[in-house]
Write a protein that binds this ligand. Sequence first.
Ligand SMILES: [Zn+2]
Length: 568
Amino acid sequence: ARSGYEHFDKDGNNLYVIAQFFPRMAVYSDVEGWQNHQFWGSGEFALPFGNYEVNITVPADHILDGTGVLQNRKEVFSKKMMDRYEQATKSFDKPIVIVTQEEATEAEKGFSEKKKTWKLKADNVRDFAFATSRKFVYDMMAVDINGKKVMAVSMYPKEGNPLWGDYSTKVVASTLKSYSKYTFDYPYHKAISVHSKNQGMEYPMICWNYGRPNEDGTYSDGVKYGMMSVIIHEVGHNFFPMIVNSDERQWAWMDEGINTFMQYLAEQDFGAAHPEAIGKLDKYPSRRGPAANIVRYMSGDQNFITPIMANPEYVTQLGNNAYGKPATALNILRETVMGHELFDKAFSTYARRWEFKHPTPDDFFRTMEDASAVDLDWFWRGWFFSTDYVDISLKGVKKLYVTSTPTKKAKDFARERGIDLSKNPDLVYTISEEDEDFDPKMKSQNFMQSATTLQEYIASNKDRIINTDISNPKYLYEVTFAKPGGLVMPLIVEYTYADGTKEEVRYPAQIWAKSNSEVTKVLVTDKEITNVQIDPKLETADIDVTNNSWPKNETESKFDKFKSQIKN
Ligand SMILES: [Zn+2]
């Protein structure tokens, strides 16, 4: 649901979260013309910006807050509430309770016959929503957004405590700081998190969030992190799509995917800033964002996978399609393809360039490229327009030796082409241990022991040889990588040497430009290579890691173990 109310049997009160109750204008965009697709349930809203003046009359013992600046605070707040509110505007480290749980519990019994009118005024917002109840506990704190004061606000029934009093407003404050850091300074004067039992839904300046403790006030980690994550997500929607106003009816990923990516960064920031909130964990347990978490979806049945670039009504697995996969794609772009500096510059340029405007997907793709000077066409094509997955494998590692004696392969090659090798005495040839004319004696030698011409060349051209990292080249390897998956990705390889040292080499995605299925790298080393591992930190969402290592990792999968047990 996106609005509604909850009835509390025990005290007979309702908690209202109200939105979508008035007709609104369709968007006319310069690119698409009128957006007049009907609402079918998944594709959310395409909305123009507008100014609102809303007066809402409710029972006098209700608390109310919503989109916009409250025009008559002194009329609707008690003296006590006004004093606490003044304190809250100066409290940057913790929330100040405006209506306490005791006061809210007392108000639950009142059922006042009197009325009060709350007056709200909002400029340049794409929607309007409000929440009201006599059950509301109400707290606030001030947040410093680059010198501008914004209020982080929470409203929740006593049934949400102690969880809500402990965390909601702090999560709101941290979210506003994180998003402002990566996009633009939050332009509104407040952001409200309302506890509504089963909803996670966003509106300008206000959102509804789930996360209900048990009746005795206890709660699981699942409930706690679910509540924190949904607050970060829904408050984050103020930026995407409430301000960077994409067309939700046509492109769910432009707000949900981009926002879920930002949610991941904000979750990590929150965990780092509030270690007391994540207990024994060393970082916030984000569900979406890390590459490995999308593997199950991307390796699944292709009948139920749709490209990200699809209308939300025609998508299967909307959560993975419009939230998880685009969030992961952007995270991989930031961590592995572009790096933080370039990505962050380009991403904030996109947000600032399209603040209070209507961007299309092309505007996002284009800005990410032109603000970073990185060609990402290959990335958008694979991740956003196809259902391909990443699978890069290690096909083989060959130890090579160089010899001045023509090998069998070379002789065959020369004969077929009528070349006389004896007329080219300076030629050298590579040979591997698998070749039939390989002389096992070479195994114990430096790889170019049998190539006197090469040794002489290197000796007399020392200053012209560019790669001087290796002062004493001893080994020559040919490493072959294959790409059974359709997606192009940087090739991240960790080489382990006989002395136990490791070296990570990152070949850019362009390595696949001229050869889509297989590439070979030749390496000269001073130490023997004992192990090669592709994507050692699981950065690329590679769906099959059993083909990522040399020597092949022989550990049985759980399934294989199960099968062999059955056979026995
Ligand atoms: Zn959302």
